[in-house]
Design a protein around this ligand. Sequence first.
Ligand code: ATP
Ligand code: MG
Length: 227
Amino acid sequence: MNDIETILRLTDIRKEFGVSGTSSLRVVLSGLSLTVKKGESLAITGPSGSGKTTLLNLIAALDKPDKGLIEFKGRNLAGYSSDELDTYRNQSIGIVFQLHHLLPQCTLLENILVPTLAVNNKAKRAFYLERAGELIRRMGLWEVRNQYPGTLSGGECQRTAVARALINDPDLLLADEPTGALDQANALNLGELLTEINRIDGKTIIMVTHSAEMAARMERTVDLITL
Ligand SMILES: Nc1ncnc2c1ncn2[C@@H]1O[C@H](COP(=O)(O)OP(=O)(O)OP(=O)(O)O)[C@@H](O)[C@H]1O
Ligand SMILES: [Mg+2]
């Protein structure tokens, strides 16, 4: 496969955790290889405990594999300097969790701007404010943009989390059970949004889900148990 088209390549990944109170290790991922093309949408499924969140954490460079390579745009994450890793986490990827993880003391708008706070340049701040406004409109959140998470519905919080993940225009959107805590209507709505972000904006999406309906929206499904 042409490497220009490959955004992410995992080769022979192994991840194990120590079992507390014992000297034994639990192998969670072993011999996992996966290639993701730029612009692709991928669902990751598998039973509870099969290592789905572990895998997303490795891709997000929040944890390191015990063995194997993780290459983003052809470069091994293990070779990134600590500054490069910070930039990768802040700019190249966006993450949406099952529970939105919004800051309760910040408004919806402020939460979306959190990943941009390190930038002080006035022109850049104006740019981010405008981009946040666009995302807020697109997510159908304009009326509630100055409210705090505690006063928002679950669906509104999760759409805010998606906007926050997109504020720095990342190449890759990672989502861990993004609809897991939502009712059917809000889950459908979020599924539509994620599909649109993939098809219209061309973002590569890797989504962990238990929902067959959400998985069917993605172009490809990888089931961890069958790898
Ligand atoms: N930091 C850790 N220390 C020890 N064990 C861990 C750690 N993180 C994950 N595990 C173990 O690794 C296994 C896989 O966990 P993981 O969270 O990746 O599963 P999952 O597929 O996301 O499950 P779920 O569908 O329930 O979210 C589990 O048995 C878990 O207990
Ligand atoms: Mg999980």
